[in-house]
Write a protein that binds this ligand. Structure first.
Ligand SMILES: C=C(O[C@@H]1C=C(C(=O)O)C=C[C@H]1O)C(=O)O
Length: 282
């Protein structure tokens, strides 16, 4: 029996899928590997994980090697609250300025570049840095943060009344395209899926069960999130209402729209078709 190394993006937005795994509520006898998206992106690509939640743009960069697991994503329809650009001035004034990008992200980095190219028509200089708001704002004119880092930074901006503009890229994307945005997917390595289809099928069942369990245990999940991050309960409650973890027809159309723009901006090399585990043409 193949042991599955399962990568978990270590942000709140994957908890509605991973909570039951963390709590040992499922008969999963593989290994859970936690880290920021870019770490898991690399590990999956290097064959050091079999399955992982990773940056959605990464799928488009490895379509020959990857398959999408059904009915799973991290997405939001409009404002997402955790993909945020902090800036000293408004975004339209960032032409020729320095924008610091979190080293944890791939999807949001590409989304920012797409929006700069096609929506704001702004050409900035990008530098990649560890996710630290103060260092980034000292170094450049704007800072892109994602996940819990972005949420913490936003709370600080409000509490300490820091004089920054805060732009929610999910909201801008929705204004621009009318679509939701899919930030993360659950991906299996194709070579592994071909060799161990029964294990992948069983894992898909567990992931579906895990979502159901989390949905029925929101008070416990919220309390765990509060303990883990120190963020206020109401803020977390709103966040979990904002994040969606499905992958249906709307998500697919939205994702393909995003990939189209990534292609136009030279951020991915080929046009993409979605190959989803268990579907006819996968
Ligand atoms: C919405 C989010 O989606 C995340 C954004 C990612 C990226 O930018 O590469 C990767 C995984 C997601 O968990 C977030 O973390 O805030």
């Amino acid at each position: 029996m193949a042991r599955i190394r399962l990568g978990q993006v270590d942000y709140l937005n994957t908890l509605p899928v991973f909570h039951a795994f963390e709590e040992g509520l499922l008969p999963f006898n593989g290994e859970l590997v936690k880290g920021p998206p870019t770490m898991l992106n690399q590990m999956l690509s290097a064959g050091r994980l079999e399955v992982a939640s990773i940056s959605s743009v990464e799928y488009a960069r490895h379509i020959d090697k990857y398959m999408i697991l059904p009915r799973l994503s991290v997405s939001a329809d409009g404002p997402v609250k955790s993909i945020l650009l902090f800036s000293h001035n408004s975004v339209t004034e960032l032409d020729g300025k320095k924008v610091c990008l979190t080293s944890s992200s791939a999807t949001a980095v590409a989304l920012l570049k797409v929006l700069f190219d096609h929506y704001y028509h702004v050409e900035a200089n990008f530098v990649t840095m560890p996710p630290n708001l103060d260092n980034m704002m000292a170094e450049g004119d704007a800072a892109l943060l994602i996940g819990d880092d972005a949420m913490r930074a936003h709370l600080r901006v409000v509490q300490e009344q820091l004089p920054y503009h805060v732009t929610d890229l999910g909201e801008v994307w929705k204004q621009f395209t009318g679509e939701r945005m899919v930030y993360a997917l659950w991906i299996v390595r194709k070579d592994f899926a071909r060799e161990y289809p029964a294990e992948v099928q069983a894992l898909c069942g567990m992931l579906a069960e895990a979502k159901r369990i989390a949905g029925e245990n929101m008070p416990a999940l919220l309390e765990k999130s509060r303990r883990r991050t120190g963020m206020p309960l109401e803020y977390l409650e709103e966040y979990f209402k904002t994040i969606n973890n499905e992958f249906e027809a709307d998500h697919r159309r939205a994702l393909l729209t995003y990939y189209d723009y990534c292609y136009k901006s030279g951020l991915i090399e080929e046009r993409v078709r979605l190959s989803v585990w268990g579907e006819e043409d996968a």
